[in-house]
Design a binder for this molecule. Structure first.
Ligand code: DNO
Length: 348
């Protein structure tokens, strides 16, 4: 596995030099943040970002993410133009030599939490999700109070999007995903780019919106839509893990055998009953997921791609982007590296 770290570019409070100081750190996961969704990512912007990352002694391992425009998910008539633009961005990624693209197909909201700073009981805090609490939000009036999303849409824009999604059930969303992948995956393959869909987080419907990349059957269905190693997944254990019925090890075996795990996100969650959980420290003992078993399953599956420690708690007085501080993610990566070393040496 190749250890990587998400970096939000120059506006990130975490400096790229600090990322390089984490033991065993090889690569950066980043994106272009000033191109509106739906437009082409220019090659020169990708090359500039790559040069910045390389001058810090790291490689640009993964783009996370090129946003998929809502009109593509909704299957609106202008999707062909937007898909052409997406294909061009993928070609530019290939030309810049960036091999993996993480993206998602979640309607309206990406990852969603009910609390961005839940007290961890020791002076630190982390993100948490309580389905009942979330369900109390009336999005059509209280949108601005939803943690983390206030600046994304105006209330009116959101209301009209929600209205349009009433016509999209899960099967329609699958069809729209297929339509998108049938056009983009061949371009990705030609360009030497592996696509890696991010599972829906949390892995169930929220606010009545359809969500489809939720469990092991969904991952199997996804890879069958277009048969190519360029149509793979970001195996995000923290997104899939809140569903206690999902056997992550079996999914790793299945997807690994087919060479469809293109990227891994490692974050632990502690399930707290029903559809609720909080994000714990990475250590297996602190959460519901067994990191040793997961690292071992990835190793057994021959996975050699990029992995990043996902979300950390805010510890040691750090403030910043929820989930994306430096300290706890650095601890997470060191822990994962330790497990990789143990798993590798135990085989000898
Ligand atoms: C959350 C992230 C996601 C991810 C997107 C990929 O911390 O893992 O926001 O970047 O879903 O498109």
């Amino acid at each position: 596995m190749k250890m990587t770290f998400r970096w939000y570019g120059d506006s990130d409070p975490v400096k790229i030099e600090y990322i390089k100081q984490i033991p065993g750190m090889k690569g950066v996961v980043s994106a272009i943040y000033d191109v509106p969704a739906g437009e082409v990512w220019p090659l020169d912007k990708l090359l500039n970002l790559k040069a910045k990352i390389e001058s810090a002694g790291l490689e640009f391992s993964v783009v996370e993410s090129i946003p998929v425009h809502e009109d593509i998910k909704l299957g609106r008539p202008n999707r062909d133009l937007l898909i052409d633009n997406y294909c061009q961005s993928v070609r530019n990624m290939g030309e810049a030599g960036i091999p993996v693209l993480c993206y998602n197909f979640m309607p309206v909201f990406d990852w969603t939490r009910s609390n961005l700073a839940r007290d961890y009981g020791d002076g630190s805090n982390s993100l948490s999700y309580d389905h009942e609490e979330l369900s109390k939000f009336d999005l059509t009036t209280d949108f601005l109070e939803l943690p983390g999303w206030a600046s994304s849409y105006t209330q009116d824009q959101l209301n009209s999007l929600l209205e349009e999604y009433k016509a999209i059930d899960e099967e329609r969303l699958w069809e729209n995903l297929r339509y998108f992948l049938e056009r983009v995956v061949p371009v990705a393959e030609e360009s030497g780019v592996r696509m890696a869909i991010h599972p829906d987080d949390p892995p169930w419907s929220i606010f009545g919106l359809p969500r489809i990349i939720t469990n092991s059957e969904a991952l199997r269905r996804l890879i069958s839509l277009v048969d190519s190693p360029s149509n793979g997944v970001t195996f995000c254990i923290g997104s899939l893990g809140p569903d206690e019925n999902h056997n992550l090890i079996e999914s790793i075996k299945f997807l690994g055998k087919k060479d469809r795990i293109n990227f891994v996100h490692m974050r632990n969650v502690k399930r707290t009953g029903g559809k609720s959980f909080y994000e714990s420290a990475h250590l297996s003992d602190e959460g519901s997921l067994d990191f040793y078993e997961i690292v071992k399953a990835l190793d057994d599956a021959g996975f050699q791609g990029p992995v990043r420690p996902d979300h950390g708690r805010m510890i040691w007085g750090e403030t910043g982007r929820p989930g994306y501080g430096l300290y706890d993610r650095a601890l997470g990566s060191t822990y994962i590296n330790g497990l990789c070393e143990a798993v590798a040496k135990a085989k000898k």
